[in-house]
Ligand binder design. Structure first.
Ligand code: APR
Length: 231
């Protein structure tokens, strides 16, 4: 039976596809304070701003394409059982061909009803005040905002406990509960971190290898190495 690889990805995974990370520009995200555009409080205060912010993100994502890092992770599936747990709301893993992707923080190409949280719809277009679900409630981005519960966390934790190898790519590991997932991995399994400005150093975990490269550079080499080890 193939070994299980669990991959935890963050904004750095998609940086080489032209999508900006969150914490590389003094806490500003495309010029906005993240709490103003990514919190229930921000949405209540200025829904137009928040909806337009996500409209821009959706437009930007329609123009973006997976990078060599995303593609390499998809290729890993021919030799391992792979599950990607991503903090990213883009669909670049899926577009690259990965088949098991858990979106911890939601998905940009989905919206949900503000009156019925179970009513989630695929959506690639703009949403404005007045864009409503079939039940007549305002639509909002299907995104886990700061201060909101992370519904897929128990699933992600459970998947992480089953890992034989853990890859962590392009995340500052500053945002909990996602960052805490590392601690669910079985102690001592091989752990690889790919990030040009890594926040872990060898010794933080018993079997950690830090690869200080971008995702598009570092992931294909790492994947080639893992595939060699699998055969
Ligand atoms: N390749 C790989 N990693 C990169 C690259 C790149 N080209 N460029 C930057 N990075 C790294 C940075 O060094 C940093 O460690 O990506 C990481 C990005 O960190 P953050 O911006 O904090 O993103 P992330 O960890 O995904 O943030 C977590 O915070 O704002 C919330 O919900 C949002 O999901 C997000 C969460």
């Amino acid at each position: 039976m193939s070994k299980k690889i669990v991959v935890l990805t963050g904004a750095g995974m998609s940086a080489d596809s032209g999508l900006k990370t969150f914490r590389d520009e003094n806490g500003l995200w495309e010029g906005h304070d993240v709490m103003e555009v990514a919190s229930p409080h921000g949405f209540a205060k200025n829904p137009d701003l928040v909806l337009e912010f996500y409209n821009q993100r959706r437009r930007q994502l329609r123009q973006a394409a997976p990078n060599k890092g995303h593609e390499a992770l998809a290729a890993l599936e021919s030799h391992y059982a792979v599950t990607i747990i991503t903090q990213n709301v883009d669909d670049l893993h899926e577009r690259a061909g990965s088949t098991e992707v858990v979106h911890l923080h939601g998905e940009l190409f989905k919206v949900r009803s503000t009156g019925n949280p179970h009513l989630v719809l695929p959506w690639k277009e703009d949403v404005i005040l007045g864009t409503k679900c079939p039940e007549g409630y305002q639509l909002r981005p299907h995104i886990v905002w700061f201060g909101e519960e992370v519904p897929l966390l128990p699933l992600a934790a459970n998947i992480t406990t089953s890992a034989d190898i853990l890859l962590v790519i392009g995340t500052s590991l500053q945002v909990y509960p996602a960052a805490g997932l590392l601690h669910y991995s079985p102690p001592g399994i091989p752990l690889y971190l790919v990030d040009p400005r890594p926040t872990l150093t060898a010794g933080d975990f018993p079997n950690l290898r830090v690869i200080s490269k971008t995702a598009a550079e570092g992931v294909p080499t790492l994947v080639a190495d893992l595939i060699r080890k699998a055969v």
